[in-house]
Design a protein around this ligand. Structure first.
Ligand code: AMP
Length: 215
């Protein structure tokens, strides 16, 4: 019989930026820390204080892909990204309750809508399509990659679908939120096959995340 490795190496894919900052506090609650000198953003594969656990720092939209293909066993990523993800092979066992915000429809404060088919600018194409389809409203989608707030102001679109936390970005650009699509927070995701192969290690880590969230 094949001897089981004494230590399963676990790679956790984490998205850069705001999610990474908040993930570090959560990981610290599990006793997993990263050396200060590795936090300057250059190193993308970080070892941690826990032997056998390393972090992979990548773009948020790549996190589900790395976990789907098992390059990372675990991932920490926003629900907004998961709602756009079109793959399979992952479980989503824990709502980590970090990087909370809302996916919302926003319009220009002084805007008037006079197009027959409303134009919506967003990078959240799937979620936006689903939202307006559920309302039975036909819209024209314009895919943008950032600075969506400009689209209604400059007349590119009638509204946008974007993440809103404090609402300050909308306000600063003369926009107001008008419809709530979904509450968003970060989720822990896990590769389905790894869940079988590295079952004990992963179950224990998932349980530790659940306990840290409860605190
Ligand atoms: P705010 O001005 O606080 O409403 O934040 C809105 C801006 O921050 C928008 O550009 C959003 O795309 C971005 N944002 C807010 N919350 C998050 C989050 N949890 N994850 C990623 N981006 C976010």
């Amino acid at each position: 019989m094949k001897k089981k490795a004494s230590l399963d190496v676990i790679t956790i894919a984490v998205s850069k930026g705001r999610v990474f900052e908040e993930s570090l506090s959560l990981l610290a609650a599990l006793g997993i820390t990263v050396p200060e000198e590795d936090l300057d953003g250059r190193k993308l594969l970080l070892s941690t204080s826990r032997p056998g656990v390393r972090l992979l720092i990548i773009r948020s939209r790549d996190v589900p892909t790395y976990v789907q293909y098992g390059v990372a066993e675990l991932g920490i990523v926003g629900k907004d990204v998961l709602m756009e993800f079109n793959g399979d092979g992952i479980y989503e066992p824990v709502d980590l309750g970090i990087a909370k915000c809302r996916l919302m429809v926003a319009v220009a404060e002084d805007g008037t809508e006079n197009r027959r088919r409303m134009r919506v600018a967003t990078k959240y194409v799937r979620s936006t399509q689903r939202h307006f389809a559920q309302k039975g409203q036909q819209v024209e989608l314009i895919k943008l990659y950032g600075s969506m707030e400009l689209a209604p102001v400059l007349g590119l679109a009638d509204c946008i679908v974007d993440l809103v936390a404090t609402g300050n970005t909308l306000k600063a650009n003369g926009l107001v939120p008008v419809e709530h699509i979904s509450d968003i927070s970060c989720r822990l995701i896990v590769n389905k096959a790894a869940m079988k192969i590295k079952s004990d290690t992963l179950k224990s880590l998932i349980e530790q995340f659940k306990q840290a969230v409860k605190k």
